[in-house]
Design a protein around this ligand. Structure first.
Ligand code: ADP
Ligand code: MG
Length: 250
């Protein structure tokens, strides 16, 4: 697709220690199960952030994506999340007493958490994978109950994903309701907004409760690239591939 390739040259820059990543400019280049690719049925082509995030993310690399909202970030990190979940064995970890949750998405607002949860719920359903959303402004008890039952198979679904806002995730962790010890795919969505809202310490505490960075894929997305976001990335990511969509004058 020449038009998209030309627009990618203008709008997307991929910085990688090992050279330039070849973007996936056509859905046919994306080798994922049919139940996942059906998500794209109504779409013409991958968005720039998807085109550049999928190749390194599907290889297991950490990615920092700098892109405006509305660019299709949810599927940019959601598709590799599902691929990793589908390929992992921890479906049976309920038997070993370990948490079945291995994917965590942290988002700045309740609305974003719900939207992302809805998308991941739809992606996971054909594979027996469920998501739980946790956010403030509503009673904690139903969320505590959902998390406590996370290891139980219900309607053929096992909870493997948590999507939430930092304050409530931390609150539930401190109550012993939220076990992040098996999380090996972590997404920080709209990181700059989370830092603006004063969530930096909460986020650091949450990340420290997941698997160590050597065993974890860490995806970070932000509309801007200020010093505080860079610090967060350098603390928690391992030689991330940096994808910039739009202005590279950051
Ligand atoms: P962001 O998180 O970057 O703000 P979203 O993931 O919420 O963006 O996506 C914005 C909208 O674009 C959603 O309605 C989504 O379904 C749609 N979308 C995602 N990928 C594509 C694509 N490749 N082509 C067209 N629309 C897409
Ligand atoms: Mg989003």
């Amino acid at each position: 697709d020449d038009a998209l390739e030309a627009s990618l040259e203008q709008t997307a820059m991929v910085v990688d220690s090992e050279g330039i990543v070849t973007p996936i400019v056509n859905f046919s280049q994306l080798s994922v199960p049919a139940e996942l690719s059906s998500t794209f049925a109504g779409f013409k082509e991958p968005t720039p952030i998807q085109a550049c995030t999928w190749p390194p993310a599907l290889e297991g690399r950490d990615v920092v994506g700098i892109a405006e909202t509305g660019g299709g970030k949810t599927l940019a990190f959601g598709i590799p999340a599902l691929v990793r979940l589908i390929n992992s064995e921890s479906k049976n970890s309920s038997k070993s007493g370990k948490s079945t949750v291995s994917t965590l998405v942290v988002a700045p607002t309740r609305e974003l958490a719900i939207q992302t949860h809805d998308t991941l719920t739809a992606l996971g359903k054909p594979f027996g994978i469920a998501s739980v959303a946790v956010f403030g402004g509503v009673p904690k008890d139903p969320q505590v109950r959902m998390l406590k039952n996370a290891n139980k198979v219900k309607d053929g679904l096992t909870t493997r994903i948590i999507v939430g806002t930092p304050g409530r995730i931390l609150d539930l962790m401190q109550e012993g309701a939220c076990d992040l010890s098996e999380v090996n795919y972590l997404v920080l969505d709209e990181a700059d907004r989370m830092l603006d809202k004063g969530f930096e310490n909460d986020i650091r505490n949450i990340i420290s409760s997941t698997k160590p960075s050597a065993e974890r894929q860490t995806m970070m997305f932000s509309a801007t690239w200020p010093e505080a976001v860079r610090r967060l990335a350098s603390t928690f990511q391992r030689s991330p591939v940096r994808v910039t969509v739009g202005s590279d004058d950051l």
